[in-house]
Design a protein around this ligand. Sequence first.
Ligand code: NAD
Length: 344
Amino acid sequence: MAGSYAVVTGAGGFIGGHLVAQLLASGHTRVRAVDCKPLEDWQQIHDGVDNVVADLRERASCDAACDGADSVYQLAADMGGMGFIETHKAACMLSVLISTHMLLAAQQRGVRRFFYASSACVYNADKQADPNVTALREADAYPAMPEDGYGWEKLFTERMCRHFYEDFGLETRVARYHNVYGPLGTWEGGREKAPAAICRKFVEAKLSGERAIEIWGNGEQTRSFMYIDDCIEGTQRILAGEVREPLNLGSSELVSINQLVDLVEEIAGISLTRYYLPDAPIGVNGRNSDNTRIREVFGWEPSIGLRTGLEKTYKWIHDAYVKRYAGRLGPRDAAPRGAHARAR
Ligand code: NAD
């Protein structure tokens, strides 16, 4: 039976937590937030929301999640930055259980709109071999040669979304997110991504007095990074819009990892000696988002500058770090060694 809930899966995570906040701010009164993590580990917990802890690999959990739902935002996935996805390929692919069961449950419960969070990792690796990359257009996902593991699952689920519309009439919408960053994301533990990892390393250096940073690869690999507010706005536009094909949702401000480090260095106000780790996981050499299509459709594209977004992110990570390690901080005595994975 169709209903009025807006359902966010993966709501205990980074993007899902912000999406729930925005749904509430925009007047939704019936929001269901679902994640498999214990509530105390959720990045954000919002009052007035139906917060549910459930493993969405299970079909019964998906049926319950979709009960009375009008729209579903399918964000739940076992994922992380390059260091995680290159070493957990099977785990990443098993997210297909979540997507499959969520699609089946949504279709059978009469959900009106189903949003799926895909990724720029679906793009053909051959088109991302050069740091001076040509920005990726939506058509560049084919012929298929996505990121092994994680990217294949995303591409497969994109196809399922398409066929659930064609065969069953479920209105599906798909965004290909390009590197999202911002406050309230993962910043340590091994799943964090480059912007958060680099901010954390500068915070550590500042608090400990060490003046060195490890950088994965040679630092010349390029990416674009989208601030969370743009991601949330784009997600809502795509859900409400009429485009059924996957759309890029990313910034087109291309920077190298070295330029990203330069920016954080300015924000932190300290200079660090850079040590490069050529054998660390770096993913493709270059990736940018071609925003022609999203501009055509919505007259809008992500536009929050990297410097602006990084300032907010750095400040939040600084405060979170100090809070978590309060009482254990001093010169050369930041977080316990081994508490963090290396940056990517
Ligand atoms: P995140 O890891 O912070 O959030 C994902 C959440 O899904 C986690 O809280 C996790 O506990 C939950 N989850 C995992 N398995 C589950 C299960 N079996 N049942 C219920 N919940 C489960 O990640 P995020 O950055 O918020 O990403 C959200 C979505 O966007 C993911 O699908 C991700 O693949 C996609 N995406 C993110 C980025 C990015 O840069 N952050 C880029 C491209 C795509």
